[in-house]
Design a protein around this ligand. Structure first.
Ligand code: SF4
Ligand code: SF4
Length: 114
């Protein structure tokens, strides 16, 4: 699969996203496996209001990449989740979550939830 030109975006599209129970569980395992120092450093990064709580500004990438929510994995590849930097990649029909969302990451699900 062709990839998105994410480097340099600094989390441009990483705002609040709906997550499912499965997403939550996967992220919790990831967060709990982080060394305390790494977790704290990521948690305390100064982000713009609205930027995802897991965006790693220092590395310019998702701080929980291997455990990121399904919607983040789908972003850019579906007609309902278009990346304006490479819209031609959004060729798949509408994306739907596998399950009902339990909340919105960064808004009602925060670092404290993990
Ligand atoms: S998906 Fe698009 S907007 Fe988001 S970081 Fe990647 S290139 Fe940038
Ligand atoms: S979980 Fe990762 S990929 Fe998803 S919005 Fe947050 S920083 Fe971006």
């Amino acid at each position: 699969m062709d990839s998105l030109p994410c480097q340099g975006c600094k989390g441009l599209c990483c705002g609040p996203v709906p997550i499912t129970e499965q997403d939550f569980k996967r992220i919790r395992i990831k967060v709990k496996s982080m060394p305390a120092k790494t977790r704290l450093a990521l948690e305390k990064q100064p982000r713009h209001y609205g930027t995802c709580i897991f965006y790693d500004l220092n590395q310019d990438k998702c701080g929980i990449h291997s455990a990121r929510p399904e919607i983040c994995r789908a972003f850019g590849y579906y007609q309902s989740l278009v990346c304006f930097r490479k819209p031609e990649l959004a060729a798949k029909k509408n994306w739907l979550p596998a399950d009902k969302p339990i909340g919105t990451l960064s808004i009602d699900i925060t670092w404290k939830s993990f």
